[in-house]
Design a protein around this ligand. Structure first.
Ligand SMILES: [Zn+2]
Length: 250
């Protein structure tokens, strides 16, 4: 047994809304940590069965969509190195109408079971889609209700947090992850979500051309850590002075 084997495995729990959120929004980061041996559990609230993309040319219909989206998500998880996938089986596009207390209780149970060092979810105001905001709000409440020891971060789109001030944040609220070495895995996962990406011609260009469409960084907002210093690693929070885990939305 070498030293790596003796070290406790780091764990990351991602609580998202749809199959493809993990790939399109933070696939580079998930691939990076998986490659470093982090045990990643992905929770998808829905199966994305109300999606309107059916392939190009269409190879799906409303009946076949949920099973195919699940299969394509499983492939994407394999490409990114995600080990465990859990569906909450909430109907797509209805997360905001789900009983919040029940949802919080289910997610809190998962947090207690997985015992993650890092929890990722959507920002309840910057999520961009009602399902995203609703699952982010529930996961945040769940995280708070457990009094969990780990760090909570909110995923963000593209490079919007390269300049966080318009959103009421500073650079010290943001974690900027260098994912340039993991963009090939991200591209493979994009293509695994075939019914969602087939209509996007750039995804299917030669690799070297398609890869230029990705940013080299992915950005996260600190959910329960003080804005004390700029971080470039989601797990590098042990030296932060912990506040009272008050989560502030600005
Ligand atoms: Zn989504």
């Amino acid at each position: 047994m070498n030293e790596m084997d003796k070290a406790p495995r780091r764990k990351l729990l991602a609580v998202f809304a749809h199959p493809d959120d993990e790939t399109f929004i933070c696939g580079g980061t998930l691939a990076k940590y998986a490659s470093e041996g982090v045990n990643i559990t992905l929770v998808s609230a829905t199966r994305g069965e109300m999606g309107r993309r059916m392939g190009n040319p269409p190879y799906l219909n409303r009946e076949s969509l949920p099973a195919i989206r699940e299969m394509e998500l499983r492939r994407a998880c394999a490409s990114l190195g995600i080990r465990e996938l859990i569906f909450l089986d909430i109907r797509d596009k209805t997360v905001e109408f789900t009983d919040t207390d029940q949802l919080v209780t289910r997610i809190a149970a998962l947090i207690n079971e997985v015992d993650p060092d890092v929890v990722l979810t959507f920002h309840e105001k910057l999520g961009g889609h009602p399902d995203h905001c609703a699952i982010g709000k529930a996961a945040t409440l769940a995280f708070q209700s457990t009094g969990h020891r780990g760090a909570l971060y909110f995923i963000t789109f593209g490079d919007m947090m390269e300049h966080p001030e318009p959103y009421g944040y500073s650079r010290r609220d943001v974690v900027k992850i260098d994912v340039h070495a993991h963009l090939q895995a991200k591209l493979t996962a994009y293509r695994d979500h075939r019914c969602q990406t087939e209509i996007d011609e750039w995804v299917w260009l030669a690799d070297h051309e398609a890869l230029t469409r990705f940013g080299k960084y992915e950005y996260f907002i600190k959910g329960n850590l003080p804005a004390q210093r700029e971080l470039d690693d989601l797990f590098d929070y042990e030296t932060e002075i912990r506040g009272d885990s008050q989560i502030l939305y600005r």
